[in-house]
Write a protein that binds this ligand. Structure first.
Ligand SMILES: Nc1ncnc2c1ncn2[C@@H]1O[C@H](COP(=O)(O)OP(=O)(O)OP(=O)(O)O)[C@@H](O)[C@H]1O
Ligand SMILES: [Mg+2]
Length: 384
């Protein structure tokens, strides 16, 4: 940008050039004598640095530098480089008259006469503060984008691992019951099962089918949670009857252990998805039996405590070591115990229990003593 000057008509080319320079407003253009004292000043320099010509001509150009650079004699060093090499260029912080800093592009050129004697320096300064701010912003944006991309990639990798886990689980955990079903089916086909044993075998097949059902249901629920698409319907129901039903389902699997219910006659109302709450109770009963292979009864209680409905399931089984507790409710969180080498499971049960409970405004918690047993408690907001 060039501003029109209202001074008298220039006489020769040198004057015209001086006039041109003085009117440039986007660049600070001025001259220094060989010692660094300012001898000319233009409009751009005034605009960028804030000094009028009258107050800056005659002063040393080091006033434009931050104090620490003056202490380090950087201004002199720059003149020295320009003197030696003809030119010095850099980007750096400079100081305005009002003390504020700006980011400058600076070019210092040594000016010599025909005999090679140093007459002084020409200095061109550009204010790049805005450009630098934009650059910093662009870099920040770029970094943010990179972070988002990385987070996305990590999430995809996590999904990929989950998928692999799912496939391994599906094949491994479904194969067991499937083998049993196929075995009995071929025996039924070739007539090698006496007629009177068929009802018992049918019950066994029913259990195996239920296992497969449960596994598929667990995997579907896990996938639904992954997409946050698990909206519990709002139904009011009696927790006592849910517990009673599940005890009836598990009694045939209890292998002589008793499933004792306390509070089943009470009316304890809860609100939400009855089927999913039943799934939680089923998971807790399943684990209580599974992880107490050769011991004791399972004690189940239903009631209201501190204005919360609760169902607790206590076993006298293996118990859980304190250091394993953080893993208990995580997805695929099977515990690394010796017993788990032979006890089948997916590690999805408690994860789903807790997630479903939380979505109902409740929770699942545990108290456990290794070697003595565990008590899991489901709490839900009580309905009046
Ligand atoms: N009642 C319990 N007593 C001792 N350990 C338990 C009990 N319940 C769960 N655990 C431990 O916590 C782990 C996670 O339990 P969770 O119910 O989530 O999975 P799982 O029982 O392995 O598989 P799933 O329930 O899906 O068939 C189990 O592998 C087991 O080691
Ligand atoms: Mg379980």
């Amino acid at each position: 940008m060039l501003r029109k000057s209202n001074t008298a008509e220039p006489r020769d080319l040198g004057d015209q050039f001086a006039l041109l320079v003085s009117g440039v407003v986007d660049y600070g253009i001025f001259m220094l004598d060989p010692t660094g004292v300012i001898v000319t000043w233009n409009e751009g320099a005034q605009r960028i640095k804030g000094y009028a010509a009258g107050e800056i001509i005659g002063r040393h150009f080091s006033v434009f530098y931050p104090a620490e650079e003056v202490r380090n004699r950087k201004p002199d060093w720059e003149l020295e480089v320009a003197r030696r090499e003809g030119r010095y260029e850099e980007e750096g912080w400079r100081v305005r008259k009002d003390g504020t800093r700006f980011w400058a592009n600076v070019i210092i050129t040594a000016l010599r006469d025909e005999s090679g004697r140093l007459r002084g320096f020409g200095k061109v300064t550009r204010d790049l503060t805005e450009r630098r701010a934009e650059e910093i912003q662009r870099n920040l944006d770029r970094e943010k984008e990179a972070l988002q991309l990385r987070a996305h990639a990590e999430r995809m990798a996590e999904l990929e691992r989950t998928k692999t886990h799912f496939l391994n689980l599906a094949s491994h955990e479904l194969r067991g019951p499937l083998t049993v079903v196929r075995g009995y089916n071929s025996m039924l086909a070739d007539g090698s099962i006496p007629a009177d044993q068929i009802p018992a075998i049918s019950r066994l097949l029913e259990i195996k089918l239920a296992q497969m059902d449960r596994l598929i249901e667990q995997m579907l629920d896990t996938a639904r949670l992954e997409h946050d698409a698990l909206d519990p319907p709002e139904e009011i129901f009696n927790l006592g009857s849910v517990v009673q039903e599940q005890i009836d389902v598990f009694r045939p699997l209890s292998e002589g252990r008793r499933l004792l219910l306390d509070g089943g006659e009470l009316e304890v109302l809860a609100k939400g998805d009855r089927l999913r709450i039943a799934t939680i109770v089923a998971n807790l009963l399943d684990s209580a039996l599974k992880y107490s292979p050769d011991s004791g009864d399972v004690q189940i209680r239903v009631g209201v405590r501190d204005s919360q409905a609760f169902i607790s399931v206590r076993d006298t089984g293996l118990g859980i070591a304190p250091e394993h507790l953080p893993r208990l409710f995580t997805r695929f969180g099977r515990l690394p115990t010796n017993e788990n080498a032979t006890i089948p499971g997916t590690g999805l049960g408690l994860y789903l229990c807790k997630e479903i409970a939380i979505r109902h405004g409740g929770d699942v918690t545990v108290v456990s003593v290794p070697g003595a047993g565990s008590e899991f408690t489901l709490t839900l907001p009580a309905c009046k």
